[in-house]
Design a protein around this ligand. Structure first.
Ligand code: FMN
Length: 178
């Protein structure tokens, strides 16, 4: 594959999000690729809104997912759960007339302020993706605990163990994409 397209999907919307930093770190470790940062700032899923027509931002996301060779998903943890932003995005994506998520290759990673690195939210995300038949590239969980200590002022990861873990997973992903 000449130049794969990676779609970065952060479950945190804030500009200085550690999950966004983590996804960018992973994309850089992947190597040559077209990298698109998805906008998950979507309206809340509402069946009445859907009945009137899927919102344009959701349609854009669906097309980005359809066109991506792989998804890199950043799953922050809020109150020991998946972020509403990420759950809402997967709920909308599941409503595409022709599935955009089935068999889509994805890598999940989490950065969180707490000591478990968002492990609970990470597993909740894996559970959602399992239901949606996403082809997750599994391996040791990529969890950045106490994320505020793990990135420098340029937003780069400083922890060598985590960098190696990400490099390994991205090498596997590259291998899968051919
Ligand atoms: C409402 C709320 C709930 C949170 N709950 C948790 C939690 O359960 N576990 C945890 O490790 N961090 C928790 N945090 C801290 C977040 O992990 C931290 O804000 C992190 O930076 C969010 O990801 P982001 O940097 O990508 O925005 C919470 C933060 C907020 C705002």
């Amino acid at each position: 594959m000449a130049k794969p397209t990676l779609l970065l999907m952060s479950g945190s919307l804030r500009a200085a999000s550690y999950n966004k930093m983590l996804l960018r770190e992973a994309a850089a470790a992947f190597g040559e690729a077209e990298v698109i940062e998805a906008d998950l700032d979507l309206p809340l899923y509402n069946g009445d809104v859907e009945a009137e027509g899927i919102p344009a931002k959701v349609t854009t996301l669906m097309e980005q997912v359809r066109g991506a060779d792989a998804l890199l998903i950043g799953a922050p943890e809020y109150n020991k759960g998946i972020s509403g932003v990420l759950k809402n995005a997967t709920d909308w994506l599941s409503r595409a007339k022709e599935s955009v998520l089935k068999d889509k290759i994805a890598v999940v990673m989490s950065a969180a302020g707490g000591r478990t690195g968002g492990e609970t939210a990470h597993f909740m995300t894996l559970s959602n993706l399992h239901q949606l038949q996403v082809n997750v590239v599994h391996g040791p969980l990529i969890l950045v605990a106490q994320a505020q200590k793990e990135f420098d002022e340029d937003g780069r990861l400083t922890n060598d163990f985590l960098k190696r873990q990400i490099a390994d997973r991205m090498a596997r992903l590259r291998g899968m994409l051919g």
